[in-house]
Ligand binder design. Structure first.
Ligand code: KG4
Ligand code: ZN
Length: 350
């Protein structure tokens, strides 16, 4: 047990109400209340439903986290909260709760970037981040390759998706295959019994010409359309759709591109450490292929356990703890939510 600052982290950028408690780099509690079941019948997250669910879940989830950690509100040294990017109404609930707590408890508040928190969470499992490192961040809303110096203020964007995020592509293809929302875990499961080489789906932005302009960018919209056309053609011909093979072949196309681009970013920059985060980092094939190809290229990979890859409060507390330990100035309480907070901005102004 280390004896660093005790930090409360609050996350409400999408459909998970996450409350995490961290002391130094020790994870004491990670309470998550998800409204995902309420969105399933719509095939995607409904912002207004998510906001209302956050409101209802906020206080009980904070209580649950405190009980789990064996601490009371008065024990906290600081509060951290996701200020962006994310859904406006959803972010607002977490930020309002965090401001109220910080004021009532007279402790500093750090408004932080959700994407930086996805990177920082790995410190809870694997210790301090190597500086610099390359980070691959793949979630339902974002796909980015980053060069991370000090995660509390120094993040550079190397590339991003030109259209759909990786998780979004998983969710949309799952829908085409008639699998439930969110589709990522279902495709992962189906793919386990399928043949990844059954169908040769396109690898976006991978031709020599595309690589000149988009070396670290990705694009999944063409792949998604290609899967939809393939399935439609099968159905039109009255033939059964081999769901496991389609899932495995689609997943292989996504993962192949992500791994190739991540390895290239490491080799080009001479940085031998790669950190992976975000919901899609929970994908079993991505974890296996990156481990295999990175080892062959002399790159060391760090991936948090799946439960810390998807949205949670522990990641916000982890980044908050680093902000406090590194003496970063807390946020001015006047800050608002920022639905499109750039990944290069780790925290809201002091
Ligand atoms: O990071 P996250 O929980 O929320 C965002 O910040 O977006 O990521 C959610 C995304 C969803 O699109 C979900 O389908 C995807 O992560 N996901 C997966 C897996 N688990 C979650 N995608 C592929 N394979 C998985 N095992
Ligand atoms: Zn996320």
């Amino acid at each position: 047990m280390n004896d660093g600052p005790l930090i409360l982290g609050i996350e409400t950028s999408c459909d998970e109400t996450g409350v995490g408690i961290v002391r130094g780099s020790d994870l004491l509690a990670d309470a998550v209340a998800s409204s995902v079941d309420e969105h399933a019948r719509f095939g995607g997250v409904v912002p207004e439903v998510a906001s209302r669910a956050h409101l209802e879940a906020m206080v009980p989830t904070i209580d649950r986290a405190c009980r789990e950690a064996g601490v009371s509100l008065n024990d906290f040294d600081a509060v951290a909260v996701t200020a962006g990017p994310g859904l406006a109404g959803a972010l607002l609930v977490g930020v309002a709760a965090a401001k109220a707590l910080a004021l009532a408890l007279s402790v500093p508040l750090h408004g932080v970037n959700h994407l930086a928190a996805h990177v920082a969470v790995d410190t809870l499992e694997h210790g301090p981040l190597p500086e610099p490192c390359i980070a691959l961040l793949v979630s339902g809303g974002h796909s980015s390759l980053l060069r991370v110096g000090d995660v509390t203020f120094d993040i550079e964007s190397l590339g991003a998706t030109l259209d759909d995020a990786a998780g979004e592509a998983f969710d949309k293809v799952a829908r085409v295959l008639g699998l439930p929302f969110p589709g990522g875990p279902h495709i992962d499961r189906e793919a386990a019994s399928g043949n990844p080489a059954a169908i040769d789906f396109p690898r976006g932005l991978s031709s020599a010409r595309d690589l000149e302009r988009h070396r670290y960018d990705v694009s999944f919209s063409g792949l998604k359309t290609s899967v939809a056309r393939w399935v439609e053609a099968r159905e039109a011909a009255g033939e059964p759709v081999p769901i496991a093979d389609v899932a495995a072949s689609f997943q292989e196309a996504v993962v192949d591109v992500l791994v190739r681009k991540s390895v290239a970013a490491c080799l080009d920059s001479g940085i031998e450490h790669l950190v992976i985060g975000g919901g899609v980092a929970a994908n079993s094939r991505l974890r296996a292929l990156i481990t295999e190809r990175a080892a062959a290229a002399g790159i060391r990979v760090r991936v948090p356990r799946p439960g810390l890859c998807t949205d949670n409060g522990a990641m916000v507390a982890a980044l908050g703890s680093l902000m406090v330990q590194r003496g970063r100035a807390p946020s001015n309480l006047g800050f608002g939510t920022d639905t499109s907070m750039p990944v290069t901005q780790v925290s809201t102004p002091s």
